[in-house]
Each structure stands twice: as C-alpha cells, then as structure tokens.
Design a protein around this ligand. Sequence first.
Ligand code: MRU
Length: 354
Amino acid sequence: MKMEPLRPILFHPHIPEIEYIEQTLLPDIYEVRKAQTVEELAGAIRRLGIRGAPALGCAGACGVALSALVAKAGTFLEFLFLVRSDAERLRETRPTAVNLFYGIDFVLSAVLTSSSIEEAKCNAVDAAKAVIDADTRTCHAIGKTGLSVIPDTARILTHCNAGALACAEWGTALGVIRSAHEAGKNISVYACETRPLLQGARLTTWELLRDGIDVTLITDSMAAVLMRKRKIDLVIVGADRIVSDAVFNKIGTYMHAVCAKAHNIPFFIAAPLSTFDEENSEDKVIVEERNPDEVRKFRGCVTGPELVPVWNPAFDGTPVDLVTGIITEYGIFSLPRDIETIKQLKRGKDMGET
Ligand SMILES: CSC[C@@H](O)[C@@H](O)C(=O)COP(=O)(O)O
C-alpha cells in the first residue's frame, strides 16, 4: 500500500497557525502540534521539533507570515516593526542552515514591499505558500536529477535525516533514494544513527520503513568498516549550507566523506539551490554549538558524567574536493568548477522565481 506523502509543516493562514510533526518524539510517538505564535514556533525550531535545512526555510517563511497575521499594530510602521522583530527572533533560532534565512527573507521582503497592513498580510501568506510549494517541487526535481548517479542495484549510506521530515515533502538525499526506489531500482540503505540526537536512527529509518524501502541501522562508527568490506556503493547526504570551499551538514558527515575518499566510493550531496551561500567560505560559517546535556544524556538516560566537559557542534564542514557531486534541482554540480553557474542560477531566482 502506498503511503500518503509525509508533510511535516502545514500552514493554515485562516486560523492562523502552523501545524508541524513534533520530531523530537519520533519514532515512538507521532504527534502533530500547532504553533499559533512566533515564540511557539521558535521554541519548536530550537528544540528540533522542526528541523532539517529546507524545513527550516519553510518554517521561517510561515513564521514571518504568521507574525504578519497576528501583529496588533495601529499603524503600518508599527506593523513593520513588529514583523521585522519577529523575523529577527526566528533568524536567531539556528545559525547554520542558510535556508532558514532564505525563507525568512523571502516573506519579509514581500511584507516590506507592500503598502498597507492588509496588502502585506496577503503578500506574506502568498509568499509563505510559495516557499512550501517550491520546496516540494524542488525535492521531486532533485530526486529526478539524482537518478542518473544511482546504479540499478545500489547500497547507499546516508547520515542524519535529509528526508521528507527535513523538507516540505519527499526529501533531498532521501528524495533521491525515494525516486530511485519508485523508478524500480533495487535500493538498500544503511542509515547512520547520527549521534547525539539520533536523527538517522529515529527519523530516517522510520521514514524508509514507512515507505517500504530496505534500510539497516548502524552506529556512526560502523560506516568505515562497511566501506572497507565493499558493502557501500555510494554515499548521499543533505546539506545545511554550501559555501565556496565546503559543504556543511550534520556532524559526522566529514568523517564519512574522508572514509569514502579512502575507499574510492562516490560521495554525493543532495540539496536545493537555496542551500548555496557561495559568496562565503568555510571560515565565515558559524557552526551551532548545542547544549552539552545532549551528549551527556539522551531522553533523560545518562550517557556521560554530569560534570564532564562536552564539545557539541551540530555540524561540520566537508572540503569540496571530497565531494563527487552536488545533486540539485538544476543538475549535478561540482565546486569550485561550477561556482559561476550557481551564481547565475541564483541571480535568475532573485529576479522573481521561487
Ligand atoms: C534535507 S536536510 C539536510 C540537513 O539539514 C540535515 O542533513 C541535517 O544536518 C539536519 O540537522 P538538524 O540539526 O537535525 O536540523
């Protein structure tokens, strides 16, 4: 039986509210929650109830539209001040995934170029819906692009969750895997658990099992030996930000890229154009450092002494020379070779397409 597409974020402007799957509870509890204020949405993003770069873009976009809909302002200037402040509050929730800023800025600019409160509300809602629709189309297009690099039988390693739960629908890395499965290819996936918050173990396996795609869960430290035993044909992961010289993704991605290179295994990134921040370089990216207790404990179970010092970066940068190709909705690119093409495509988007 074919499952309904997973859509982790829905925007209901007439209420107004944002409905989202609370991802911290998966896989044991599937719970849909509602955010009716920007503060509730910001809380969901900070605790990773909503997570994954493209989903953060959608959440940011819907959050600014929600702000416009609930703002209680006497004048247009006061209204703009309130919406801008909420946009800044959302921007501060997570510093690395550039899609968050893209979604926020897309809707904010629709508000700022309006000439009355009523017009701004309509424009904000349209812009937020456009971000969600565009992400849905984009992920399906990424899936289609990726088909060319997936052999008819493939054992694929992935890290973290770059699936439907991390997007508006379908997924980026898992989007390619889903499209390949749907095209009749014989796909099996090794999902790395992804310490410390286990997005791979909790979310990727849940999504793939739900769709009937063959998946085996491994701990992060098992990936290298699997590659050495020639049990992996290629690696595909998502990305939170792609700068001119590196790809930022969930901590542990760099380790897989190094291992893949050592074993001559193709290492692909799947990401939309909105993940590129090609004017910046690795040294300019702020990597989010999260609460040490995420490493010392998991859901209340102690995994390390209470007072042990912890380093807990959420992401790492993989130098572009370790990346075989970046699968996007516009084709497969390689950096630094295709940087000018990326810039041109992004300029075209700035001219009005979502
Ligand atoms: C299509 S999602 C790509 C990335 O956002 C994903 O791999 C990832 O690192 C998510 O991190 P998270 O901290 O769970 O938001």
